[in-house]
Design a protein around this ligand. Sequence first.
Ligand SMILES: *Cc1c(COP(=O)(O)O)cnc(C)c1O
Length: 396
Amino acid sequence: MEKKRIYFDHAATTPVRREALEKMLPYFSEVFGNANSQHMFGRDAVKAVDEARDTVARIINAKPSEIYFTSGGTESDNWALRGTAHARRDKGRHLIVSSIEHPAMIATAKQLEKDGFDVTYLPVDETGTVSPESVRNAIRDDTVFIGVMTANNEVGTIQPVKEIAAIAKEKKITMFTDAVQAAGVLKLDVKELGVDMMSFSGHKFYGPKGVGVLYVKSGVKIDPVMTGGHQERMKRGGTTNVPAIVGMAEAFRLADEEREKNAAYVTALRDRFIAGVEARIPDVKLNGHRVNRLPANADFSFRYIEGESILFHLDLAGIAVSSGSACSSGSLEPSHVLLAMGVPEETAHGSIRFTFGTDNTAEEVDYAVDVLAETVKKLRAMSPLFKQFEGEKQYV
Ligand SMILES: *Cc1c(COP(=O)(O)O)cnc(C)c1O
């Protein structure tokens, strides 16, 4: 029998879809020009990048001149935060980010603290939601930046970005949202959301890795991320990655076109999975918001056992998932997101993220529920914690 290979880790990355790959291919070979060159080879490259920029801008309701191509979500997040902090340092040195941001934001904020900036890390409630009121309370006279992600990558909770952006606007503070998990999945309209900056990344919506976007509203101050040539209107030097940009734009265009259909498909898989797990396995908790969550995300804590052990057993059975505690690869620190949500440390250690994609099927979901139920039973039978606390209700 052929070994199963089931991929339930679409929040980590996705395969490049065929149409995007095909669109990219000529730009590795025949159309290889440097987009900065003054001759016909350069012009062909520029034309492709211009088209990609128009496509991305149209989908998020921005102007093409507000779209900056980067090397991915991490660079865009770094740039938004550091570029704003430095550009606006005369106005103030206080930055606000949520405590559940991606490490690309948290680690950048920590570094800026060492450079003399003040950072407030906003709390979240037990569903992983940032309240607009907590943002309002954190604002000081010298606040120059607010960063709250559109949707969380671990637990899938969708944030009230529009409400928070309205507060930022009223106080003339730059509002950024990391939309890496939301792009291609939720409708994103930068005008409607009222944000000044937004990041996303090609490989999270079936585009290539190593390419992303930072949207910067015209007139919003930001320092360059990379000094060098004149690329990206003097904000990001470096020879333009034409094939990756072309592939990302095509994947984004198709994701936008198919958005409702794909969301309905993965939501059905996710709900089938959640129902199966909750019916078959006692003492589990769905992390994140039950309703305001990404269509593809189901993040569970399985009490009394280690996420790593579950992951290992699922991997043996041909099922690829992610454990919250493995996020900072190799480290056994529990997820900062779950801890911020008030999940006890022991429970946080037993958490697994399942993220579904358009390439998954209901049969795969059913198989995973079976394997998971068996695995959890087996691991609990060996767990001293389980013998001690079984049945105690710690989740009320
Ligand atoms: C994946 C991810 C990133 C990082 O994007 P890369 O393109 O992989 O650098 C940033 N933020 C969130 C929310 C993510 O899920």
